[in-house]
Design a binder for this molecule. Structure first.
Ligand SMILES: Nc1ncnc2c1ncn2[C@@H]1O[C@H](COP(=O)(O)OP(=O)(O)O)[C@@H](O)[C@H]1O
Ligand SMILES: [Mg+2]
Length: 243
């Protein structure tokens, strides 16, 4: 994917969530956002995914120039897949129905086609035996995997994942990270935020350090983790990598 973000600001009341953020990546496969809480990672993901629009600045993702036109943004959003930290699934629908519903209602597939797409996605991630279960009958890790299956069931242009493992225990974190790694290896373009530094290092081709509404630094993981240039990034990494 190609990203061109120039001078983007986004404010919520008195808070500047994004503060003149810029980033140009001509070719990226897996972009991982790291940085302190409140730094702007989720806001950046929402702006890049077309869920929100920037107050100022320009955003281009591949061939899409994101502008505050509701119809164009909706069309853009439908090309992308999303998964957030938690509460991704409708609690009163089965795993399968959670996947078929948007395929029918948002993407306009007939029920039979939606079902075969859903079962293909569930099967791909070893979840078919859980297709009939409600989210509450699944582990947190299984729920997130169903959420990812839903997000990739229609082959999204870009998959956006916002701290997909932060509500999970270590074992479930591993099963979700393995699935993301698998998607990455299959060629899916992904932008994700995470606090899992080992994973970021292993899976990313670009890591961006987001703090105080800016991208302080962006580079290949070996460089960013091995020799961070900005003092903010150095301090952040020395704190989070200490234990
Ligand atoms: N919908 C919102 N309403 C008000 N403030 C928000 C909203 N979303 C984010 N913020 C604020 O914007 C800043 C950046 O938040 P966020 O993008 O969630 O950072 P991160 O994901 O890195 O923790 C924070 O100060 C946060 O409180
Ligand atoms: Mg966040």
């Amino acid at each position: 994917m190609r990203l061109e973000i120039d001078g983007v600001t986004k404010t919520y009341g008195a808070t500047r969530a994004l503060d003149g953020l810029s980033l140009a990546l001509p070719a990226a496969r897996i972009l991982v956002l790291i940085g302190p809480s409140g730094g702007g990672k989720s806001t950046l993901l929402r702006v890049l995914g077309g869920l929100e629009t920037a107050d100022q600045g320009t955003v281009q993702v591949n061939d899409h120039r994101l502008v505050a036109d509701p119809a164009a943004l909706q069309a853009y959003r439908r090309k992308n897949g999303f998964l957030f930290q938690q509460f991704n699934l409708f609690p009163h629908f089965s795993a399968r129905k959670n996947i078929t519903l948007p395929l029918e209602k948002v993407h306009g597939h007939d029920p039979a086609k939606a079902r075969s797409m859903a079962d293909h996605a569930l099967g791909r991630f070893g979840l078919l035996e859980h297709a009939h279960k409600l989210p509450a009958q699944l582990s947190g890790g299984q729920q997130q995997r169903v959420g990812i299956a839903r997000a990739v069931a229609f082959s999204p242009e870009v998959l956006f994942l916002d701290e997909p493992t932060s509500a999970l225990d270590p074992e479930m974190t591993a099963e979700v990270l393995e699935l993301i790694q698998e998607l990455a290896e299959a060629g899916q373009d992904i932008i994700l935020s995470t606090h899992e530094m080992g994973f970021a290092r292993a899976v990313a081709d670009h890591v961006a350090f987001v703090a105080a509404g800016k991208i302080e630094e962006c580079g290949p993981p070996a460089r960013l983790f091995g020799a961070p240039a900005s003092s903010l990034c150095q301090r952040f990494l020395s704190r989070v990598m200490r234990y």
